[in-house]
Ligand binder design. Structure first.
Ligand code: PLP
Length: 262
């Protein structure tokens, strides 16, 4: 069978982010997505109205049903929603219910791109720090990077997350810089090993972070080295954003949905 990525992620009914983004991105990477649903969110493509997290035993039962069934070639986590869910995933690694050699892409979701809360940030940050040592790659946005590392500078922040145990960190300059291209850096074990320049595209996107992290997880499941997986994801994500759907074409501020079927 195709290599399998087991994702821990939430449902976004708009279909832009969350588990639908994961399924589509992983499918496009060549792998198969299996999902343990962590939360049901109430949101449009533009705004988060609320969410209800799944209880940790329910998420664990979903994951173990799949772990007992399918050969798992990579793990990806997105919105976990509660410290209980983060602790449960940490325990799956600590107890080796998930093989610790399995590549693990950790997208430490705290808030949606729209700014809506997807969990209690203060407590989630502490729980995520326990999960960091199991991460092959962590893909924080600038807000998450600063929250997890306590550093304002992106480079110091990436080095800090490696020092906290993450194998690698992928960061990009985003909303901080008004103009110019977007720079992206890959740090492995505290050293910058790859830098890329991505074109700054017009608009805000809903689900771009989920898509990027999942595509990388898919490529790792397919056997790519980390740098190759990141390079492949860069060119793929740029294409999905260029082809993004505009749910509100008359509103220049409205978020766009990446077209992952390009
Ligand atoms: N996971 C879920 C369920 C979400 O709803 C969102 C954002 O709305 C995210 C993750 C993070 O999305 P993004 O890729 O835009 O950072």
């Amino acid at each position: 069978m195709r290599p399998v990525v087991l994702c821990f992620s939430g449902l976004d009914p708009s279909g832009g982010a969350g588990l639908q983004a994961d399924i589509e991105a992983i499918g496009q990477s060549g792998a198969h997505a299996a999902i343990a649903c962590t939360a049901v969110t109430i949101q449009s493509s533009q705004q988060v109205f609320g969410f209800e997290a799944c209880a940790a035993p329910l998420v664990k039962a979903q994951a173990t049903a799949v772990l007992d069934d399918l050969p798992i070639n990579a793990i990806k986590s997105g919105m976990l929603g509660t410290t209980d869910n983060i602790a449960m995933l940490t325990q799956l690694f600590a107890e080796k219910i998930i093989n610790n050699d399995t590549p693990f892409v950790l997208d430490p979701v705290l808030v949606a791109n729209s700014g809506g809360s997807l969990g209690d940030e203060k407590t989630l940050v502490g729980a995520f720090r326990q999960l960091l040592p199991y991460a092959t790659l962590i893909t924080p946005n600038t807000h998450e990077l600063r929250a997890l590392s306590g550093e304002q500078d992106l480079h110091f922040g990436a080095q800090n997350l490696c020092a906290q145990g993450a194998h690698a960190v992928l960061v990009k300059t985003s909303h901080d810089f008004e103009s110019g291209d977007i720079e992206q850096y890959l740090y492995i074990e505290g050293k910058m090993v790859y830098k890329s320049i991505l074109p700054r595209l017009e608009g805000e996107f809903h689900g771009s972070g989920c898509s990027l992290a999942s595509f990388i997880a898919g490529r790792l499941a397919m056997g790519d080295a980390l740098i190759d997986a990141v390079k492949a994801a860069d060119s793929w994500i740029t294409r999905t954003l260029r082809a993004a759907d505009a749910p509100h074409p008359d509103d220049a501020q409205a978020q766009l949905i990446p077209n992952r079927f390009i």
